[in-house]
Design a protein around this ligand. Structure first.
Ligand code: SF4
Length: 199
């Protein structure tokens, strides 16, 4: 039996399992629809997220909200969380030991939500979910299957704000996400139809 999101939150508590607890303002658990069809996974909170205790509320979050429309999604329909729940100082890259100690909570969040599609934003979450050393540039733009999940790696929105030449790629990838959602919904409807005919 999987834990509920509330139980995962209680397990995490006022976590001091790694040194990031010493520099964070807030632990950023995750937010959104607990029954989401699509779960987005980022890297770690940034400055605004650390202050606001919510993922993707800074400039990258605003950009993400506009991209969601291209996939036919509203922010309240999705769930969004990060691999690390606390901000690394100066937004440095997560360390291996930090990912190791924090990631079981993300795993339990994924199990609790049980989405159909995981969208991994950037290198760290993509490598973690796909268990690969390959970089996001070679992995984005394709749907990967891991277990029962369809995984769509996309550049981190912050990377596209920094490098505007990535914007058309971001737009293409969110349109691809929209098509993937449609496909999964059609497959679900077909399965329901088939099982109805069997009865
Ligand atoms: S990053 Fe994760 S493991 Fe480290 S203190 Fe924060 S919640 Fe705990």
């Amino acid at each position: 039996m999987h834990k509920t999101l509330d139980e995962v939150k209680v397990d995490l508590g006022d976590c001091k399992r790694c040194t990031l607890c010493e520099t964070r303002t807030n632990l950023v658990f995750g937010v959104g629809n607990p029954n989401a069809e699509v779960m987005f996974i980022g890297e770690a909170p940034g400055k605004q997220e650390d202050l606001g205790a919510e993922p993707f509320i800074g400039a990258a979050g605003k950009y993400l909200n506009s991209l969601l429309e291209l996939a036919g999604l509203k922010r309240e329909e999705i769930y969004i969380a990060n691999v690390l729940k606390c901000r690394p100082p100066e937004n440095r890259d997560p360390k291996v030991d930090e990912i190791e100690v924090c990631s079981p909570f993300l795993r339990n969040q994924v199990r609790a939500i049980n989405p159909e599609i995981l969208v991994t934003l950037g290198n760290f979450s993509t490598r973690f979910i796909l268990k690969t050393d390959r970089g996001i540039t070679g992995l984005r733009g394709q749907v990967h299957i891991t277990g029962r999940f369809s995984v769509l790696p996309i550049f981190h929105p912050a990377a596209a704000i920094y490098d505007r030449s990535k914007e058309p790629i971001m737009e293409a990838d969110f349109k691809l996400l929209g098509r993937l959602i449609e496909k999964r919904r059609e497959e679900r409807a077909q399965r329901a139809n088939d099982s109805g005919q069997d009865n």
